[in-house]
Ligand binder design. Structure first.
Ligand SMILES: Cc1ncc(COP(=O)(O)O)c(C=O)c1O
Length: 295
């Protein structure tokens, strides 16, 4: 059965300080952000009624808006309260949540002067981005022909709609060719990230991940680095050449939607779903659900 279109669902959406019936939360076709990608957004998850790292997500939303030169229309406190308000109003305890800020329809044309920033928050149930089988067997990633751009050429460090066409194109190529997702290199040819998640590699007790020069500063990435160090692993953030993937034993993705998901292959490189990944998956699950680290 086809999935219900996102504009045809029931529920409540927080929009500029009001709670609207889900189907009535609309924007005009002459919205600046629709034409020029002048929007920034977050993806966050609630577990057992608590939004994981909400403050960190709201901080990043602010940083992204700043990179795009947008003045935030609401304070961090108002946004954090609105996130809980929307979660509760929809009767959700385990959910994905999408705050988005965009330049509106007050003005058209490249000038942003005279446009206003608007903020909406929607919440819905979204169990596992890649499904339970992927968590067991690992994902199959292809190599994308697209590269993450130099931060001097795009607002790549912001979580902005402006950066996602290459993710959508790469994801579509992957799905069309029977893969789960794709890995993008950066503009210099080093390993970047997947279409909506950061990537990690394991060799012995070392965990390697690309530095933050052109990948999203993932909140799950930061959390997993902390968990791995707590377990005594050495985490190294650096430039990784694609051919180095041949020397790693295990690999995984991290992201709010993806959580911690193991990889079985990336292009020609094969990985096993080993004990370190399983432990980090468990540690992450425990942390987001408020359970202490198991021994
Ligand atoms: C391009 C990209 N990289 C990485 C991530 C992971 O970030 P986070 O862990 O904060 O969800 C995401 C998801 O938001 C993303 O879209």
């Amino acid at each position: 059965m086809a999935e219900l279109s996102f504009d045809q669902r029931d529920g409540w959406i927080w929009l500029d300080g009001e709670t609207l019936i889900w189907r009535e939360a609309k924007v005009h076709v002459l919205t600046h952000a629709l034409h020029y990608a002048t929007s920034v957004f977050e993806g966050q998850r609630a577990y057992n009624g608590k939004i994981f790292e909400l403050e960190a997500h709201t901080d990043r939303l602010y940083r992204s808006a700043e990179i795009l030169g947008m003045e935030m229309p609401f304070s961090k406190q108002v946004i954090n309260d609105a996130c809980y308000d929307n979660l509760n109003k929809n009767g959700l305890v385990n959910a994905y949540q999408r705050p988005i800020v965009w330049r509106g329809s007050e003005k058209m044309g490249l000038s942003v002067k005279g446009t206003e920033a608007h903020l909406a928050i929607a919440s819905w149930e979204w169990p596992s981005y890649f499904g339970p089988e992927a968590r067991m067997k690992g994902l199959r990633l292809c190599l994308s022909k697209w590269q993450r751009p130099d931060p001097k050429t795009a607002p790549i460090l912001a979580k902005s709609a402006a950066n996602y066409p290459i993710s959508c194109l790469s994801k579509d190529y992957a799905e069309t060719n029977g893969f789960d997702d794709a890995l993008l290199m950066d503009w210099e040819g080093f390993v970047g990230e997947a279409t909506g998640a950061n990537i990690f590699f394991i060799r012995g007790k070392e965990i390697h991940t690309p530095s933050l020069k052109c990948v999203l500063d993932g909140i799950t990435r930061k959390t997993v680095i902390m968990l791995a160090r707590k377990r005594g692993y050495t985490v190294i953030e650096r430039d990784i050449r694609p051919e180095e993937m041949a020397d790693f034993e295990q690999a995984f993705l991290t992201g709010t939607a993806a959580e911690v998901t193991p990889l079985a292959e990336v292009g020609p490189y094969k990985f096993t779903v080993g004990q370190i990944i399983q432990q980090l998956m468990q540690d992450y699950d425990d942390l987001v659900r408020g359970v202490g680290l198991s021994s």
